[in-house]
Design a protein around this ligand. Structure first.
Ligand code: LLP
Length: 417
């Protein structure tokens, strides 16, 4: 559930502010987030596992705006990061490094050093060479690095191939069959301390079964290791819980947690870590865009809007379906439109074959835009990136200013005379 609703005036609001007003004040394209929605989604996870030791580590990649991270940090959230850059963002936003887990297949020595200096909770390691490098860096610093191994449980997450990560032929994680050997290897390295086990099988999952299958496999592995004297303190089940873009009915965090906890009855002490990104941020944001032109051809009606694939690339990249609604719907005959941007690519579309009644200048909201929206935007076609606004009740805070054109080439140089 989110706080973007049509009110009695017939218009779409964000909490206690008309979106029309925000578009007039800050221009379009514009990302608008709802603080109450972010908090509600975070609490849904936190409360779902309230009776079990746990940590919610929000996946920063989904939306790394400092304002968003700050809202979550104030709730006491942990963070799942995949780069030194994300680590610095967490720190800048007031997050606690001791609640940070560091995922990703390509951590550099410098990133490891900085994370050790700040004292993060755990490195989610994905390969033996990475274990060796981490052991060396920690040794040079006179530290012991807390380590979890990302296990690839080889389960089919039944999601889009680009965002499915738990199958054998993905680049991620350590093959299930090799896991005991790699744990033994890590156990023998003097500057590492094994603390956990993790997995992440994919994103936008709409069924519980793949999560449970993966958990069962990991729990069996944890028992095998225990028999050898290798103790695992926490199980990190990754992110991946899906959201409703159109008619998907993903499980609620409470149902997901209930099913997981039922499997953990013999592992009461095992701390559970979740790395939700989309489930917290997606429906806590919309992207506002205005209709520039309506173009009717023999075969199609196009609504040419002022947002493009550089602002929101999910439809182009994954054929993802994002709901497009009128902020102030007008009466009249609806037509079927393709919503396209000004970029010179055929793939530049936000949505296809949508029925709406439109006129030039109309304001539209692209829903579920809070995750993998702004963060994946670019300056392609020398377009400035949008501003981002955080709504909090009747207040609107600019959490990122719209870029200025000159900023786009300020670090570029002409050749010498
Ligand atoms: N943990 C790890 C290790 C991950 O790789 C990811 C996402 C997450 C957590 C968070 O997953 P979530 O809860 O958000 O599903 N750009 C794509 C999604 C890529 C997800 C990559 N990994 C999209 O727009 O659909």
């Amino acid at each position: 559930m989110d706080y973007f609703n049509y009110q009695q005036d017939g218009q779409l609001w964000a909490e206690d502010i008309q979106l029309t007003e925000l578009a007039e004040r800050f221009g379009t394209p514009l990302y608008v987030y709802s603080r109450a929605t972010l908090e509600r989604h975070w609490h849904a996870f936190d409360q779902a596992v309230a009776n079990h030791p746990h940590l919610i580590c929000y996946a920063v990649k989904a939306n790394s705006n400092l304002g968003v991270l700050n809202v979550l940090a104030r709730l006491g959230s942990g963070f799942d990061i995949v780069s030194g850059g994300e680590l610095e963002r967490v720190v800048a936003a007031g997050g606690d490094p001791a609640k940070v887990v560091f995922s990703g297949v390509g951590k550099t020595a410098a990133e490891m050093r900085r994370a050790l200096e700040l004292g993060i909770k755990c490195f989610n390691v994905e390969s033996e060479p990475e274990l060796e490098r981490l052991n060396q860096v920690a040794g040079e610093m006179g530290k012991v690095a807390p380590v979890s191994l990302r296990i690839n449980p080889d389960v089919d997450a039944q999601t889009h191939p680009y965002i499915s990560t738990g199958l054998r032929d993905n680049k991620f994680g350590i093959a299930f069959d090799r896991a005991p050997d790699v744990y033994r290897f890590a156990h023998g390295l003097p500057n590492l301390k094994i603390t956990g086990m993790d997995c992440h099988i994919g994103s936008q999952l709409t069924a519980i079964d793949p999560f449970i299958d993966a958990t069962d496999r990991l729990l069996a592995l944890i028992d095998t290791l225990k028999a050898e004297g290798i103790e695992i303190d926490h199980l990190d089940v990754g992110g991946g819980l899906g959201v409703t873009y159109s008619d998907e009915r993903p499980p609620e965090p409470s149902d997901y947690a209930k099913a997981l906890l039922a499997r953990l009855t013999d592992h009461g002490e095992l701390e559970l870590i979740f790395e939700p990104g989309r489930a917290i941020a997606a429906n806590a944001g919309v992207m506002l865009t205005r209709v520039e032109y309506l173009k009717h051809t023999e075969h199609k009606n196009f609504a040419i809007v002022d947002a493009a694939m550089n602002d929101m690339i999910r439809p182009t990249l994954y054929q993802a379906w994002q709901e497009i609604v009128a902020v102030d719907p007008r009466e009249g005959e609806a037509k079927t439109y393709d919503f396209v941007g000004p970029i010179c690519e055929t793939g530049d579309f936000i949505g296809k074959d949508r029925e709406l009644c439109l006129a030039p200048g109309d304001l539209l909201a692209v829903r579920s835009a809070g995750a993998y929206g702004f963060v994946m935007s670019s300056n392609y076609n020398t377009r400035v990136r949008a501003a981002e606004i955080m709504v909090d009740g009747s207040q609107a805070h600019v959490v990122r200013e719209r870029e200025e054109l000159a900023q786009l080439w300020q670090s570029e140089h002409l050749l010498p005379e």
